[in-house]
Design a protein around this ligand. Structure first.
Ligand code: NAD
Length: 397
């Protein structure tokens, strides 16, 4: 079943928290981050801090599979929404919905700043990754297909390119970029690396990464490839991951210095590169940071916009995530354009250097924090009316 919250049309807002069938499916509304409720008990999605005038929110449920899947579509004025799917064992439905809303808004900004003809959307699959199965992924595909191209799904934390390939069997709207020989382009890590170079130039007056110490939090698909680029450029690396084998590999391959998961954020380094989860820059962490700058891949690093202001007040330069981690979306754009070559994708990712430098420079000149500047630039690039765009039916790969 699907519960749709359509903001553009005749809005039908179901009292999702009050629906016995959803409760029976295992959604737990009693955990720590409940969305606000109206006086009549109906969940007030509009009142959530993360809401930000989303165009649509689709909530899917399949009781027999235990599927709990949310698609959030923030803004499609530039084109149909494209964004990855995250699988995470969220403590509550409110956490999952909040994450989907924040992530989809970030995709709107990312596409706008990279000048891509896409809108912002993102999905979350609620549950531990151990629950992932071909049947669940197939059902995700069917859910995406039912949206008829409003949203194209890709990979994110907990959902790999191989998973997206399974999803693609049930929908035309799935994108798993691979070169003809089956290899992938490390577009996100490459773009983040150039964002880090620009941040270094802005803060230290040189983009020579060989003179910089960098702490990388998270050694997954993006973090490990980023370490490779940084190590090749001569950086001194500090690393942490929940998976000790990934840390051991980083120590062996790049002579990285291992740190405890609880400590990596507070490493005394030139640059902190968060490449795990979002929300890590918050009231509890900002006062303890000892880095000069932050530039990493993780989406939504700032827990709230005010945290961007707090970082600036501490003299810590923050390269907005949605500016520097656009490589994956750039890659998707190349794939959908029909020309998908390593060199072309990486050339476009290199442009993240100039974009980052521009935003950091403007923020420094105006006294605003970089995230606010980037957000304003992105919003200025959103047309008032939806562009006439064709839904890409050839999106699957
Ligand atoms: P991934 O799942 O491959 O890797 C994440 C890694 O972080 C894992 O190794 C995990 O063990 C580790 N981790 C989780 N919590 C941690 C913690 N508290 N401390 C240290 N390590 C921790 O994910 P990924 O594809 O590398 O993505 C990383 C981040 O970048 C995510 O926030 C994702 O949304 C964002 N991002 C990814 C892409 C992409 O192309 N994959 C694009 C844009 C943004």
């Amino acid at each position: 079943m699907r519960v749709s919250l359509s903001i553009c049309g005749n809005a039908t807002i179901y009292a999702t928290g009050a629906r016995p069938d959803l409760k029976a499916g295992g959604l737990n509304f009693s955990d720590r981050r409940e969305p606000p409720r109206r006086e009549d008990g109906i969940m007030d999605v509009y009142g959530m801090a993360e809401f930000d005038a989303h165009e649509a929110i689709h909530i899917f449920h399949n009781k027999s599979l235990g599927l709990r899947f949310i698609v959030a579509i923030h803004n499609t004025t530039r084109g149909p929404a494209v964004g990855g799917c995250r699988m995470w064992n969220y403590p509550s439905f409110g956490d999952a919905l909040g994450d989907a809303l924040r992530l989809s808004r970030g995709m709107t900004y990312k596409a706008a700043l990279a000048d891509l003809p896409y809108g912002g959307g993102k999905s979350v699959l609620i549950g531990d990754v151990s629950l992932k199965s071909p049947a669940v992924l197939g059902a995700v595909g069917e859910a995406v297909e039912s949206l008829a191209g409003q949203y194209t799904i890709s990979d994110d934390l907990g959902v790999s390119l191989a998973d997206v390939a399974v999803i693609a069997a049930s929908t035309r709207f799935a994108c798993a970029p691979r070169l003809p020989d089956g290899t992938t382009i490390p577009a996100t890590a490459f773009g983040v690396f150039h964002g880090i170079r620009a941040t270094a130039l802005h803060v230290f007056g040189t983009d020579d990464i060989g003179r910089r110490s960098v702490a990388v939090q998270g050694l997954g698909a993006v973090g490990s490839k980023l370490c490779e680029y940084l190590a090749d450029a001569g950086a001194t690396l500090f690393v942490a991951d929940l998976d000790p084998e990934r840390v051991t590999a980083a120590v062996r391959r790049w002579n990285a210095r291992p740190m405890a998961v609880e400590e990596i954020l507070f490493a005394a380094v030139d640059i902190l590169a968060p490449c795990a989860l979002g929300g890590i820059l918050n009231a509890g962490t900002i006062g303890r940071l000892r880095c000069r700058a932050i530039a990493g891949a993780a989406n939504n690093q700032l827990a709230t916009p005010e945290n961007g202001v707090a970082l600036a007040a501490r003299g810590i330069t923050y390269a907005p995530d949605f500016v520097i981690n656009a490589g994956g979306l750039i890659e998707v754009a190349h794939l959908r354009s029909g020309v998908f070559e390593m060199d072309g994708v990486l050339d476009d990712c290199r442009r993240i250097f100039d974009r980052t430098l521009n935003i950091l420079g403007r923020a420094a000149a105006s006294g605003e924090d970089p995230s606010s500047v980037a957000e304003r630039f992105a919003r200025e690039r959103l047309p008032a009316k939806r562009r006439a765009v064709e839904t890409a039916l050839d999106a699957s790969s």
